[in-house]
Write a protein that binds this ligand. Structure first.
Ligand SMILES: [Cu+2]
Length: 296
């Protein structure tokens, strides 16, 4: 009887855990979910690589921790004063010393190999289908769509990304369920299954452009152009936040990337070129900086 109940409880526990994990995974894609464990759900091959590397490391760490705990318990039980009143005076053991040097080295090499493979994938930029430049400012993001191509007229355009706030400057949720403090006025839109190269820089202080579900995080450094890339395999909206402490409103400069089909991307581009129209290259337009210079 007892074994029936304990077995039933175990089965129920496993089922509940599985459901919870499945729900958390789905809810935690593109944005964090309440009570979520683990990383946000991956939607790029690199984010998947990061997640499986992270999970693999978790089991390595677990095994090491349990092994060390077992050693400690063994010593406490076997060599306490009552069990072992006359301690041995042994001080050195060559075999053990070689083992506890060589085995950790092998473990570290075993970790380093997949780690460097992942790093190489991240750092090897593919041929870009879409290139966007993201500039961190206190406290918003500037986004440039860089479309200059040989033989074609450049149709670049740019816009800023601010967190949604109400008239009293209080963060609000966006339409279509965009979450409060992650919802933005202008989303970055990119096509699905396309190589998107992201150039990252900053206009004032250090920021960091991060999108957990896309597996990207790049420091935004004034005067320096960093690059990263992603290839999203699922349509959806993915949120990220500045990940380098950049001042008082550091927590209030989210960004959103909407991944859409190629057709929807093409129609968005047509709209965006008009909405965010800029003057053709070669025309100087006064902005705040040039106005300030002119006044000096
Ligand atoms: Cu920032």
């Amino acid at each position: 009887m007892r074994s029936f109940w304990s077995r039933s409880a175990m089965v129920a526990g496993v089922l509940l855990t599985t459901c919870a994990v499945a729900l958390a995974q789905e809810a935690g894609v593109g944005q964090p979910a309440p009570w979520q464990l683990d990383l946000q759900g991956p939607v790029t091959p690199i984010a998947e690589g990061i997640r499986s590397f992270h999970s693999g490391l978790f089991w390595v760490i677990t095994a090491i921790t349990l092994f060390v705990l077992a050693l400690l318990i063994y010593c406490v039980v076997k060599f306490n004063e009552r069990a072992n009143p006359v301690p041995s005076r042994t001080t050195h053991n060559v075999a053990v010393e070689v083992a506890w040097t060589v085995i950790p080295v092998l473990i570290l090499v075993g970790i380093a190999i997949p780690s460097f493979q992942l790093l190489k994938q991240q750092e090897t930029l593919p041929k870009a289908d879409v290139t966007i430049k993201v500039t961190g400012y206190q406290w918003y993001w500037g986004v440039d769509y860089v479309e200059a191509q040989a033989g074609q007229q450049a149709q670049s355009f740019k816009f800023d990304v601010y967190m949604l706030r109400d008239a009293n400057n209080v963060p609000i949720a966006g339409p279509n369920g965009a979450p409060r403090t992650l919802a933005v006025d202008n989303e970055i839109v990119v096509p699905v299954n396309a190589n998107v190269v992201v150039q990252v820089t900053a206009g004032d202080v250090l920021h960091s452009f991060a999108m957990p579900s896309l597996g990207i995080k790049r420091d935004a450094v004034p005067g320096r152009l960093n690059q990263t890339w992603f290839r999203a395999t699922r349509e959806g909206v993915y949120y990220g936040q500045c990940s380098e402490l950049c001042g008082v409103n550091h927590a209030y400069m989210p960004a959103a990337i909407r991944v859409v089909s190629a057709d929807r991307y093409a129609s968005w581009l047509t709209e965006a070129r008009q909405k965010f129209a800029t003057a053709p290259a070669g025309v100087r337009v006064a902005d705040n900086a040039t106005d300030a210079l002119a006044r000096q």
